[in-house]
Design a protein around this ligand. Structure first.
Ligand code: ARG
Length: 274
C-alpha cells in the first residue's frame, strides 16, 4: 500500500474536486427509524455510499475485519475519520497494515457479496488534533473504481441540510448497545442536526474532546436514544440526500445531553473550493 501522509490538504482537493463538482444527489431513500444505537437494519443497496473499512489482519475475520465506516464521494474516493487510522485504533502503525480495504454493497459482514476493494493510498489530515478531535478526516483512494451509483454528493457550505432541526440518518456496522454488541448488518439511526450550542454545552473541553463549531457538526437527539457508537466512526451522516458529516466522537453513546459529534463536510468543501 502506498500512502502520502505528508501531503497537504491542497492535494486532498485534487482527490475530491470531481466529487464536489458532481450534481446534487437524489433525496435519501427512506431509512427505518431508530444504528448504531436506537437504529434498525437498512439495505446497503439503498445507501450504497455507506462502506465498511476493514482489515482482517488487524481485526480478525469474524466480521470481515470491519472496524470503521466510510462514505463514497467519487468512484475511487472514500472519506473516513483520521482517528480510524491511528495507532490507537489499528494497534499498529498504518504503514504496516497491508490489507486495508473497503467493503461496498454487502449488508451482512459475514456473507459474501458486494465488493472488497483494496485501498491504494491514504491521506490522513496532518492537522487532526487528537485532543480536541478537530480535523478528523482521512481520504482513501481505491485501487479500482466503484460504480458511479455508489457516490453521494457532499453538502456545500450554506446547504440547508446543515440547519439545526434537519432530519438526518447515520449509518454503520458499529456497536448497537454501547456494550460491544457489534452489528453484523448495516444499520441506520434517524437523528437530527442539533444547534452548535447543544454540543458546546456538552463538550466545552474535556477528556473526550472539545466541540468546535465550523469544523464539527452536532447531531443526535437531546433526550438521547439515537446515536452512532464505537465502530461507526468515519461513516456517513446524511441529510437531504447529501453527505453532511462523518461519525467522529461523543461521550458514551445515545445518552441524554451527550450528542454525537461529526466531522463537518462543509469545512472540507470550503477548503477544496478556496
Ligand atoms: N470514536 C467512535 C469510533 O471510533 C465513534 C464514536 C461516536 N460516538 C457517538 N456517541 N456518536 O467508532
Amino acid at each position: 500500500m502506498r500512502r502520502s501522509l505528508s501531503r497537504r490538504l491542497s492535494t486532498a482537493a485534487a482527490l475530491v474536486a470531481a466529487a464536489v463538482a458532481a450534481p446534487l444527489a437524489a433525496p435519501v431513500p427512506a431509512a427505518a427509524d431508530g444504528v448504531v444505537i436506537g437504529g434498525s437494519p437498512v439495505q446497503v443497496s439503498d445507501s450504497p455510499w455507506a462502506v465498511a473499512l476493514a482489515s482482517r489482519d488487524r481485526f480478525g475475520g469474524t466480521r470481515a475485519g470491519q472496524f470503521c465506516g466510510g462514505a463514497v464521494v467519487s468512484p475511487t474516493t472514500v472519506l473516513t475519520a483520521a482517528h480510524c487510522l491511528s495507532m490507537e485504533v489499528l494497534g499498529a502503525p498504518l504503514e504496516t497494515v497491508d490489507d486495508l480495504h473497503i467493503i461496498a454493497g454487502r449488508n451482512d459482514l459475514r456473507a459474501a457479496g458486494g465488493r472488497e476493494v483494496a485501498v491504494r493510498s491514504v491521506w490522513v489530515n496532518e492537522e487532526y488534533d487528537s485532543f480536541t478531535n478537530a480535523g478528523d478526516l482521512a481520504i482513501l483512494t481505491l485501487d479500482k473504481p466503484l460504480p458511479k451509483d455508489h457516490v453521494i454528493a457532499m453538502a456545500p457550505v450554506g446547504d440547508p441540510a446543515y440547519e439545526a432541526g434537519t432530519r438526518a440518518h447515520v449509518y454503520g456496522w458499529g456497536d448497537t448497545t454501547g456494550q460491544g454488541d457489534y452489528a453484523r448488518s448495516l444499520r441506520a439511526a434517524r437523528v437530527q442536526v442539533l444547534p452548535d450550542t447543544a454540543c458546546e454545552a456538552a463538550y466545552p473541553g474535556n477528556a473526550d474532546g472539545t466541540y468546535l463549531r465550523g469544523v464539527m457538526l452536532c447531531a443526535g437527539e437531546l433526550e438521547g436514544g439515537r446515536d452512532a457508537c464505537q465502530g461507526d466512526s468515519g461513516g456517513p451522516l446524511v441529510a437531504r440526500g447529501r453527505l453532511i458529516g462523518l461519525v467522529s466522537w461523543g461521550s458514551g453513546c445515545g445518552q441524554a445531553g451527550s450528542p454525537g459529534v461529526y466531522t463537518r463536510i462543509s469545512e472540507l468543501v470550503a477548503r477544496l473550493t478556496q
